[in-house]
Design a protein around this ligand. Structure first.
Ligand SMILES: [Zn+2]
Length: 358
């Protein structure tokens, strides 16, 4: 019995999560659950999202390319995992939990939907008037709580929160729904990797875009604004900055490597690739609007492996609105007038993006 227990423990970590089966007419995903595991399911037309807590799972990004499922991605967050299953059009999802006392598993079948018989022409009801869905924007004020971020003439976590609150108000006035990753001086987790993972998880497919707001710092008197979208290659001149924004120190180095490895997998993911194009577009709108409004130095639209935007399935950018330790720019960032100017410019750019460039 001892031996058997040993074998089970030894085998458990190597089981794939999920296990994948391709069948005639359906694709099956089997999630082996632990006794403590809890999960939630959410479905949009193109994505099935499964959130598990209390599970040991490894990050994955798998191109399935079956008639029903394009791909799935496992994002590990703390002691849980979120699985995004990208669905092909015209599918139905059926789930069942099998529990034979020894083991419990969630079986998700994605089936090709049977074509609906079209009603006779005369009886066909008028299509319902489309009701515009409110657009949803996620704003991520960088750092917070235990983590002050850059400290100079201003403290980064205070400026980022103030900007996000101002921006929220401006967007809400335009009928946009705004979700903040934090709305007070707090961290999401004392563990920085979990903190960044939770923020990143909010960039899910039910939202329209994600903006992470930061303040820069540099050892010399550098100033200006730069806007990033995700990229796995890391310009060596950005190394210190990216590591700092990814949590700093050894942790920041580890999360930077993780973000880079996600990026290498994304190259094969067509949805992620097209999403990157939208992220770049959003970055250009935001950078352009900020420069026009402030006259600040243009440090460009750039790509870097920032952990918080590594897995975004919606357009996602990270904005560095200026340098906390620059004697001119740092002092400008202290004033509410300048912060309002920054918020107005970002709001204008976000609205332009949501209105397809108009
Ligand atoms: Zn920062």
């Amino acid at each position: 019995m001892r031996l058997l227990a040993f074998v089970i423990v030894w085998l458990a970590p190597v089981l794939a999560f999920p296990r994948l089966g391709l069948h005639e007419g359906y694709t099956r995903l089997v999630f082996d659950l632990e006794a403590r595991t809890q999960y939630q399911l959410a479905q949009s037309p193109d994505t099935l999202t499964l959130r598990f807590s209390g599970i040991g799972a490894g990050a994955a990004d798998v191109d399935v390319s079956s008639p029903q499922v394009a791909s799935y991605q496992v994002v590990v967050v703390g002691n849980g995992a979120t699985v995004f299953v990208r669905l092909k059009p015209n599918v139905e999802v059926k789930t069942v939990v099998l529990d034979d006392g020894n083991r419990r598993r969630l079986v998700v079948d994605v089936l090709t939907a049977a074509p609906k018989p079209s009603p006779p022409a005369q009886a066909r009801p008028l299509p319902p008037k489309p009701r515009p869905q409110p657009k949803v924007v996620v704003l991520d004020p960088g750092h917070g709580g235990l983590d002050p971020g850059a400290v100079g003439f201003v403290v980064e976590k205070e400026v980022t929160l103030d900007l996000a609150l101002r921006l929220r108000q401006l967007l809400q006035k335009e009928g946009i729904e705004v979700i903040l990753t934090r709305s007070s001086d707090t961290h999401l987790s004392p563990d920085k990797a979990t903190d960044l993972g939770l923020r990143a998880e909010m960039a899910n497919s039910k939202r329209n875009l994600f903006v992470s707001i930061h303040v820069n710092s540099a050892p010399n008197a550098v100033q200006g604004i730069e806007t990033y979208y995700f990229g796995s290659t890391l310009d060596q001149s950005l190394l210190a900055q990216v590591i700092r924004e990814n949590g700093g120190g050894e942790l920041g180095q580890r999360l930077t490597r993780e973000a880079q490895s996600v990026g290498e997998r994304l190259v094969r993911d067509l949805i992620a690739q097209s999403n990157l194009k939208f992220s770049r577009q959003l970055a250009h709108y935001v950078q352009g609007a900020l420069l026009q409004a402030t006259g600040a130095a243009d440090r460009g639209v750039r790509q870097a492996p920032f952990y918080v935007i590594r897995n975004a399935r919606i357009p996602a950018i990270l904005v560095e609105v200026g340098f906390a330790n620059h004697p001119v720019e740092g002092r400008r960032l202290q004033t509410s007038e300048y912060r309002q100017t920054l918020a107005l410019a970002m709001a204008r750019a976000i609205l332009r993006f949501l209105n397809n460039g108009e």
